[in-house]
Design a binder for this molecule. Structure first.
Ligand code: PGA
Length: 261
């Protein structure tokens, strides 16, 4: 976690998981984070849209932030099934994930759509967590850095700052598979993203958090989170159980990470 004297961010992506009883799990996470005191990282939970308002209400006056997993680029209108960034904000959310590979692949979201969604997040004063990452085929073809750099450039809207934007590097083949890249590969990709951000945005680009995502769990979080330019984690499966997510959150505390930083 070099460039960053910035507080790390650990974000949970619940995906399409969670009925109302999941709110209890979030309360256990909230209480666990409170017990960590001032050294705790910044923690965000992105439940399904159906739970954003209820979760935000339960997390009021706590350090935990609540976000959504996607938004439309328009503030309102005839877009059946979609929700806008303004609606997320209105429900008490303060962040939204955009361009997750499950949206890019399953819903045909191209970089330019991701960019308009990130711009919508900014318009509604939400933190946009912009996801990028290569497929297995792209990695095997040696295209990882090209793909990721292109996604970063094409997915970031004008006006991105460290306050309104984080990048999440999520190799598609590492999501939900239990596989992670070698630590050297993580370092290489995060360094390439940092160079791209810095050359494009100068000082601002040096401060934007770059999260790692893809099979982060209590067993590997310590080493991943202590790597240079890894400013936090986007966590899927391991964010669903308070015990696991809290272990990842603890690993993001400087004193408990490994000595690689
Ligand atoms: P995973 O998901 O931690 O279950 O691999 C991460 C993500 O898709 O954001």
């Amino acid at each position: 976690m070099t460039t960053t004297s910035i507080r790390p961010l650990v974000a949970g992506n619940w995906k399409m998981n969670g009925l109302s009883d999941a709110l209890g799990e979030a309360e256990a996470i909230r209480d666990g984070v409170a017990a960590l005191g001032g050294r705790a990282p910044s923690v965000l939970i992105c439940p399904p849209a159906t739970l954003v308002a209820a979760l935000a209400a339960r997390m009021e006056r706590s350090a935990l932030r609540v976000g959504a997993q996607d938004c439309h680029w328009e503030p309102s209108g005839a877009y059946t099934g979609d929700i806008s960034a303004e609606m997320i904000r209105n429900a008490g959310g303060t962040a939204v994930i955009v361009g997750h590979s499950e949206r890019r692949a399953g819903h045909g979201e191209l970089d330019r759509i991701v960019r308009t969604k990130a711009a919508a997040a900014h318009r509604a004063s939400l933190l946009a967590i912009v996801c990028v990452g290569e497929t297995k085929g792209q990695r095997e073809a040696g295209l990882t850095l090209d793909v990721v750099r292109r996604q970063v450039v094409a997915s970031l809207p004008e006006g991105a700052t460290a306050e309104n934007t984080a990048i999440a590097y999520e190799p598609v083949w590492a999501i939900g598979t239990g596989l992670i890249p070698s630590l050297t590969d993580v370092i290489e990709v995060h360094a390439a993203i940092r160079r791209e951000l810095a050359s494009r945005l100068g000082e601002t680009g040096r401060r934007i958090a770059i999260l790692y995502g893809g099979s982060v769990n209590p067993g590997n979080a310590g080493e991943l989170l202590s790597l240079p330019e890894v400013g936090g984690a986007l966590v899927g499966g391991a964010s669903l159980r308070a015990e696991d997510f809290l272990a990842v959150i603890r690993a993001a505390m400087p004193e408990t990470g490994s000595a690689l930083a």
